[in-house]
Design a protein around this ligand. Structure first.
Ligand SMILES: [Zn+2]
Ligand SMILES: [Zn+2]
Length: 272
């Protein structure tokens, strides 16, 4: 059984109203003994720069208090999900901002995610205008590859192929052209000692796969990737640990016997 949810949000994220305490109640109800808050920090988010950033001081104080309150029941970890960017005008300020943040706050766990490409969140249909499904995916993955090679300070790659969730209806994705980039991404992860997150969030949004999809996890395993974390990406209390049984079954089938949690930036391994 998976006893830790390593990717979750609260009202400190612009896209969640959830109370941190309610998330922990849900975690306890699901039998978890480790729980990590990873609210969004997407510095210079396009269209609205104040979106997806939180006040780190308040965040740290709130989560530290909860960690004490829940001690003995749930091991509360304080993490963050950083939005990585590769546009020429965003790289330096984003990098400086995250370096300063990570130097000041000793996060247990840091997820590196690519949410925006070309100053747009591809969640919005306008990203796809004039692009085939394959081209939109390829462009996203190339940007993600650059981010994963360039940035420091994060421990896992969040929801690697997350954009698959947002390919517009009617646009098919041909997987073959994606493989050279996917393969390079997986090799970068292994070479740099960055873990691969299994994100179950898409399963409850009508996309029938984890992010990344099983075939990508198989390849990561084949090339020696052994650092796996599991996260629900819950933005509501009822989604904590959602579909973890499916993630566990997939990982076991691939050949994984353990997964990781993080404490003070160091991985700790747990058997299923
Ligand atoms: Zn994300
Ligand atoms: Zn997230």
């Amino acid at each position: 059984m998976i006893i830790a949810d390593m990717h979750t949000h609260t009202h400190f994220s612009s896209d969640s109203q959830a109370s941190p305490d309610a998330m922990l109640e849900s975690a306890a109800a699901h039998g978890l003994t480790t729980y990590c808050f990873t609210d969004h920090m997407d510095y210079l988010y396009p269209m609205d720069n104040s979106k997806f950033v939180f006040d780190p001081e308040t965040y740290w104080a709130t989560m530290s208090e909860l960690r004490e309150k829940w001690r003995g029941r749930i091991d509360v970890k304080i993490g963050v999900e950083l939005g990585l960017r590769d546009e020429a005008d965003t790289v330096s300020p984003v990098e400086a901002y995250y370096e300063k943040l990570l130097a000041k706050y000793p996060f247990d766990f840091v997820i590196g995610s690519t949410h925006c490409v070309d100053h747009i969140d591809p969640y919005y249909p306008s990203y796809w205008e004039g692009k085939s499904g394959t081209k939109g995916m390829l462009h996203y993955l190339e940007s993600e590859l650059w981010n994963l090679e360039h940035y420091n300070g994060f421990h896992v790659c969040g929801h690697l192929d997350y954009l698959m969730r947002y390919v517009p209806k009617g646009k098919r994705v041909h997987e073959l052209p994606l493989w050279p980039v996917l393969d390079e991404i997986l090799h970068v992860l292994v070479r740099r000692g960055i873990g691969l997150e299994i994100n179950t969030g898409a399963l409850r949004r009508g996309y029938p796969k984890t992010n990344p999809a099983e075939v990508i996890v198989v390849r990561y395993h084949d090339i020696g990737g052994d650092l796996i974390t599991i996260g629900s990406d819950a933005h509501y209390a009822e989604h904590v640990a959602a579909d973890f049984d499916r993630a566990e079954a997939m990982l076991r089938k691939i050949g994984y016997k353990e997964y990781a949690t993080f404490s003070g930036g160091k991985p700790e391994f747990h058997k299923f």
